[in-house]
Unconditional design. Structure first.
Length: 73
C-alpha cells in the first residue's frame, strides 16, 4: 500500500487551520492536523515543498519508518 498523494488543505473559520490529507493506491486515506497558530503559512510551505514529496511512494503501513524519517531527517 503506497502513498500516492499528499495534499495540504487550509481552511479559515475565523483563523487558519492546516490539514494534511494522505491518499494511498488502495483508496485508503487519512487526515492530520498541522496547525501552528500564527505560523500557518510557514507550515504550509514546509509541507508542500519538503514533506509531501518525501511521502509519495512510501509504504503507508510503515508508520514508524515514516515518522523516523521525518523526525530525524
Amino acid at each position: 500500500m503506497r502513498i500516492t498523494d499528499a495534499r495540504v488543505i487550509v481552511t479559515s473559520p475565523g483563523r487558519n487551520f492546516v490539514t494534511l490529507k494522505i491518499v494511498t493506491d488502495q483508496g485508503v486515506h487519512g487526515i492530520g492536523d498541522a496547525t501552528l497558530n500564527g505560523r500557518e503559512k510557514a507550515v504550509v510551505a514546509y509541507l508542500e515543498e519538503h514533506v509531501c514529496p518525501l511521502l509519495i511512494g512510501r509504504d503507508a503501513r510503515r508508520i514508524e519508518d515514516v515518522w523516523q524519517m521525518l523526525y530525524r531527517g
